[in-house]
Write a protein that binds this ligand. Structure first.
Ligand code: NAD
Length: 332
């Protein structure tokens, strides 16, 4: 599991352990910064280094490639090069997977592969085939679209079987909630919690609040990824919630969950991304028999509660009972 110290990677490690797999986790962050830690082979390494990819692919059956230099709209729109150069990790891992006969490669792609022209004032539901011809969102979107293509070429050249998930706005506990890389649901939960805890008297919403989005709760995402990994389908598949909401509605719902009245200030000068992102999840239903189970209300309740807890004190990574420091190795 690459990106094991990150949000989705940490939840996926838990899922794989629960289903009886043996897992190696890799991340560039020092171990104390991983969101969740388990008693597995945990490795700190920079996967842009080809030697790390080669070393880590030894005796591995499936690679889940979830490491990326990424963040919310502000981070990805200001860091094209850093986001785009994550492609080096995909190249290294696919090459190593091919050399080492890794059976399959599960890649976390993104809704950012879709062209902005389909997500304006007259938006189209984003079916998988609409990602081409390519006009993805900045360096981050180009990296995802090109990595998808690399997966396909590697498979054709005798590499691992590939599974590609296009994830749309995943949220939930144990992920970035402050510091500049957080995404909208975490940022809004934090801002509302600051009002609830008397640390702030206003919530600043980026843009006009009219941006239309859907948000996928982490447990649904993990269930979809597990189904995708089991399925023998190499085509990119959207994993998203079909519950659409504006950012203003998301803020109102979060305030209702918190039981506070918040005064809102809209800041149109901040980056907001596309106007309306509407997923089509019929392929996931057909190919994987998957549909999200969590409502936005349930997911925000769980996320808000966790972020409130984090605001109460310094973030302590969740260390699972079976964690032992001795299992950790540093490759860089
Ligand atoms: P995250 O930032 O929490 O996790 C990514 C992890 O990758 C981080 O822990 C980071 O330290 C690690 N990483 C970055 N560069 C690395 C390097 N050079 N070597 C090793 N590790 C490195 O992000 P996330 O939300 O868990 O996203 C996981 C994957 O899903 C990413 O590929 C992301 O692009 C994709 N994705 C996420 C979302 C979402 O809404 N969270 C949506 C679409 C796609």
């Amino acid at each position: 599991m690459t990106g094991a110290g990150g949000f989705i990677g940490g939840h996926m490690v838990r899922n794989l352990l629960d289903s009886g797999h043996s897992v190696t986790g890799v991340d560039i962050k020092p171990l104390h910064e991983w969101w969740q830690r388990f008693d597995i082979h945990n490795i700190v390494a920079d996967l842009r280094d080809p030697a790390a990819g080669r070393e880590l692919s030894r005796n591995i059956d499936v690679i889940y490639h979830f490491a990326a230099d990424m963040g919310g709209i502000s981070y990805i729109s200001e860091n094209d090069w850093d986001c785009a150069s994550s492609v080096a990790m995909t190249v290294n891992l696919l090459r190593a997977a091919t050399e080492r006969d890794v059976r399959s490669f599960v890649y976390a792609s993104s809704a950012c592969v879709y062209p902005a022209t389909l997500q304006g004032s007259d938006p189209s539901p984003l079916r998988e085939e609409l990602a081409h011809p390519g006009d993805p969102e900045g360096g981050y979107g180009w990296e995802k679209l090109f990595s998808e293509r690399l997966c396909r070429y590697a498979a054709r050249a005798g590499g691992p079987g590939v599974r590609i998930a296009r994830l749309f706005n995943v949220y939930g506990p144990h992920g970035t909630w402050r510091g500049g890389r957080e995404k909208a649901p975490a940022a809004i939960c934090r801002k509302v919690a600051e009002v609830a805890l008397g640390k702030s008297d206003q919530v600043v919403v980026w843009g006009t609040g009219t941006q239309l989005r859907s948000f996928l709760y982490i447990d649904d995402c993990v269930r979809g990824l597990a189904a995708l990994a089991r399925a023998g389908d190499a085509r990119p598949t959207n994993l998203a919630s079909d519950e659409l909401v504006t950012v203003a509605e998301l803020t109102a719902l979060t305030a209702a969950v918190a039981g506070v009245e918040v005064s809102l200030r809209y800041d149109p000068a901040q980056p907001t991304g596309v106007r309306a992102r509407i997923p089509d999840i019929s392929c996931a239903a057909q190919r994987l028999d998957w549909h999200p189970a969590f409502s936005l209300l349930e997911g925000i309740r769980l996320t808000y509660r966790w972020i409130c807890g984090q605001l109460g004190g310094e973030r302590a990574p969740r260390t699972h009972d079976r964690f032992s420091q001795g299992e950790t190795e540093k490759i860089t």
